[in-house]
Ligand binder design. Structure first.
Ligand code: PLP
Length: 395
């Protein structure tokens, strides 16, 4: 196993390292406090209190009421639950509006809904990954139950204008859900005065544990659960709570709220130095997506003439972790749907890599990455150069 001390982890949009403070807070709920939070005796009530504290901490991070938070098993479940709820609430409205750059947690779910008799309109994006609000407005019909659009894109970091979408949805009297899984903990969020109906988050993107998420449901919005059974989560999500993970999510939210302002500046500075360094050191490097309106931690870069899956392997040898913007499917290198939706030429899209920073990255990581990546890219370019024809053999 690779010790994390050795790796250069620039893939914080994939997942993040658990904060030690989160582990410490979770441990008693994996050992001593194993009571069922629904039990009526003190040993159960103590556990219930821990869940309620976590709810308060998540609500504080989002600037909303604790009663608006429903704990789930992950971000995917939260996204699915919001759309399912809307379709159940208005059975005569069977139309969903979404965007071309959503995570598979939304995309695949919409595809499944489309196979079950729902119609889905997919709104495109501009070349810089931004959303055309007029196109979105035109997509809404009297049959529309919900708009589901992400807040921050996981591949490019580009931000959608969620407050404007929420306002549009309110005027058109349709629900609006946002996948804020990449947003929460990275930029300030204040839902108190928002008209957003629901928002999804996931603990493992903010230095919390995997396998736990939350769905914010605006107190003025109706909600129908997807998971039915016991009366947990105020009848909004049945099933005995994943107590230790919920406690971990609560602590992660508290840590994120405390660190947000400092981290936003520090992480942005690291990302910007890294990006500027590569643009200078590696000729033929370009940035994909709007550079101003994006998350502070993400950069999506294309290195001309390089296949990103090969670059990923090369960087892995130096224990540098990042993501490729293309994947080998059915024997061919296929560019990501996000870059395709941005109309980025296939060759440039296939050459794209995502680097994402987080709390535990250091300036030393940036220094090392700025040595490793230029060397790897020039090696790959050398390898892909057409070889000179061999000299004719002489006797
Ligand atoms: N939505 C976005 C934008 C994501 O980046 C991810 C995770 O990569 C998900 C949804 C899925 O979240 P989870 O892994 O918690 O199900």
């Amino acid at each position: 196993m690779i010790g994390h001390a050795q790796i250069i982890y620039l893939d914080n949009n994939a997942t993040t390292q658990l904060d030690p403070a989160v582990i410490e807070e979770m441990l008693p709920f994996l050992t001593d406090y194993y009571g069922n939070p629904s039990s009526g005796y003190t040993f159960g009530r103590q556990v219930r209190q821990a869940i309620e504290l976590a709810r308060e901490r998540v609500a504080a991070l989002l600037g909303c009421e604790p009663g608006e938070i429903v704990f789930t098993s992950c971000g995917t479940e939260s996204n699915n639950a919001a759309v399912n709820s809307a379709l159940q609430l208005t059975p005569n409205r069977k139309h969903v509006v979404t965007t071309a750059v959503e995570h598979s947690a939304t995309r695949r779910h919409c595809e499944t809904m489309a196979k079950c008799g729902c119609s889905v309109t997919v709104v495109g994006v501009n070349g810089d990954g931004s959303l055309d609000l007029d196109e979105l407005a035109r997509a809404i019909t009297p049959q529309t139950a919900i708009i589901t659009a992400m807040w921050a894109n996981n591949e490019t970091g580009v931000l959608f204008p969620v407050e404007k979408i929420a306002e549009l949805a309110r005027r058109k009297r349709v629900l609006f859900h946002t996948d804020a899984i990449q947003t929460v903990g990275k930029i300030p969020i204040r839902l108190r005065d928002s008209t957003l109906n629901s928002l999804a988050l996931s603990a493992h993107k903010l230095h919390g544990p995997k396998g736990v998420g939350a769905l914010y449901v605006n107190r003025r919005s109706a909600f129908k659960p997807s998971m039915v059974g016991g009366s947990q989560e105020n009848n909004r999500r049945a099933g005995t709570e994943n107590v230790a993970s919920i406690v971990g999510l609560g602590k992660a939210a508290e840590c994120a709220a405390a660190a947000l302002a400092e981290e936003e500046t520090r992480v942005r500075a690291m990302r910007d130095r890294f990006e500027a360094g590569l643009l200078e050191l590696v000729p033929g490097t370009s940035v994909n997506g709007d550079r101003t309106n994006r998350l502070p931690n993400t950069t999506n870069l294309s290195f001309a003439g390089v296949e990103s899956d090969a670059a990923l392997l090369m960087l892995d040898r130096d224990q540098l972790c990042c993501s490729a913007g293309s994947a080998c499917r059915t024997g061919a290198l296929e560019a990501s749907h996000v870059l395709q939706a941005m109309n980025i030429p296939a060759e440039r899209a296939r050459a794209s890599m995502r680097f994402s920073f987080g709390r535990f990255n250091t300036e030393a990581d940036v220094d090392k990455a700025l040595e490793i990546i230029p060397a790897a890219i020039s090696k790959l370019r050398e390898l892909s150069l057409p070889r000179p024809a061999p000299e004719p053999a002489t006797a």
